[in-house]
Design a protein around this ligand. Structure first.
Ligand code: SF4
Length: 364
């Protein structure tokens, strides 16, 4: 039985995941990606949904060992965009007909920050007449804050677990950042009514293929609606700068592992939204399209003002940091058309899985 047929009847096994993730044979890999693409076409269509990405602030209270804006790095100029600038980025996305915006930033938990985001959300809703879908990616917050932001107009939230293996999680984060707290935050997001997304770092030292298969099974277990994951790319100012000493020679390997994870996620989870992330594009100019052809269906063009973009480098070599969003949009459109996919202009592109899980819960 081929993987497409197996996926249709929800029979992708742990063994299948391991064999997808370990596959090195080009012909077999080609067939895996084609099967995953068929599953994507069947469950979510051959359409790419866009979310304009606004990186509202690079100030973060946390210290993840892999991150280029972690708290301990003193040499990065820190910024927080004014509410007006964030709203402008959202309005630009709306005018470009992107359908949705993602507001992403370092994690700050304070009443003042909650107010800042709440006011931005209300303003975006007012200016766009509620036409723009809104995803947040602002880390762990209290239930009250999640609820206030939901009420103010956000309806999707991305919070990456980074690894579902608690030991590996602990190797990537200082002891103050706890695996269980992150799990609780994911549960709170679901309780508050968001479409919930998570994701992992792929190809970190010490990670096995079993760990990655476990990550995919974890996504299924907590029943997520969206996946945003990407290959690990070392950042020169972090404690993990030399974690992959021959990184330059291993870029293709990292990229391929990221693409295999997308294919395996599509085959296993079927109707979720999966982002083809910037990390793929950083490793190769065709990385984003390879992700789309392996089952991803969401792309997040960066609409952050170029003046701020340069200071928001989670990893080294991030593309498009000197590009205006107009240039980025034109290149993106051409590139997506070149692989025969269409763009869901003006559509929110919500996760089909979310609606399926809500209606399943209603029928219980
Ligand atoms: S990964 Fe996110 S939470 Fe961790 S240091 Fe970077 S911005 Fe902060």
């Amino acid at each position: 039985v081929d993987l497409y047929e197996k996926s249709l009847v929800d029979r992708i096994s742990h063994k299948d995941l391991i064999s997808i993730l370990s596959c090195q044979d080009e012909v077999k890999l080609d067939s895996i990606f084609k099967n995953a693409y068929q599953v994507k076409s069947h469950f979510v269509g051959r359409k790419v949904f866009l979310r304009g990405l606004v990186e509202c602030s690079n100030i973060c209270a946390l210290d993840c060992y892999y991150c280029g804006i972690r708290k301990s790095i003193k040499s990065v100029p820190r910024y927080r965009m004014s509410s007006k600038e964030v709203v402008q980025g959202a309005v630009e996305s709306w005018k470009n007909n992107y359908g949705s915006v993602v507001i992403q930033g370092g994690e700050i938990s304070s009443p003042e920050f909650s107010d800042y985001i709440e006011n931005i959300l209300k303003e975006i809703r007012q200016v766009t007449g509620g036409e723009l879908g809104i995803t947040l990616s602002l880390g762990e917050q209290s239930e009250e804050t999640y609820a206030r932001w939901r009420e103010a107009g956000a309806h999707r939230y991305l919070l990456r677990i980074e690894s579902s293996n608690p030991e590996l999680f602990a190797s990537l984060h200082p002891p103050k950042q706890q695996f269980d707290t992150r799990l609780e935050a994911l549960a709170l997001l679901k309780k508050t009514g968001y479409q919930v997304g998570t994701g992992v770092l792929i190809g970190v030292p010490g990670q096995t293929v079993e760990d990655l298969a476990g990550d995919l099974e974890f996504f299924r277990e907590i029943d997520v609606d969206m996946i945003g994951m990407g290959p690990f790319i070392p950042h020169a100012l972090t404690p993990m700068k030399d974690a992959i000493p021959d990184f330059e020679q291993r870029k293709e390997e990292q990229l391929l592992l990221g693409v295999k994870m997308i294919a395996a996620a599509r085959l296993l989870l079927r109707d979720v939204n999966i982002a083809s992330t910037t990390a793929l594009e950083t490793l190769s100019s065709d990385g984003r399209n390879r992700g789309l052809l392996a089952g991803a269906n969401v792309v997040m063009p960066n609409v952050t003002d170029p003046g701020y973009k340069v200071s928001y480098t989670l990893y080294d070599g991030k593309p498009g940091t000197g590009q205006t969003s107009d240039e980025g949009r034109i290149n993106l459109e051409k590139s997506i058309a070149s692989i025969g996919e269409s763009i869901g202009y003006g559509e929110w592109g919500d996760s089909r899985h979310y609606f399926n899980r809500i209606s399943a819960a209603d029928n219980c």
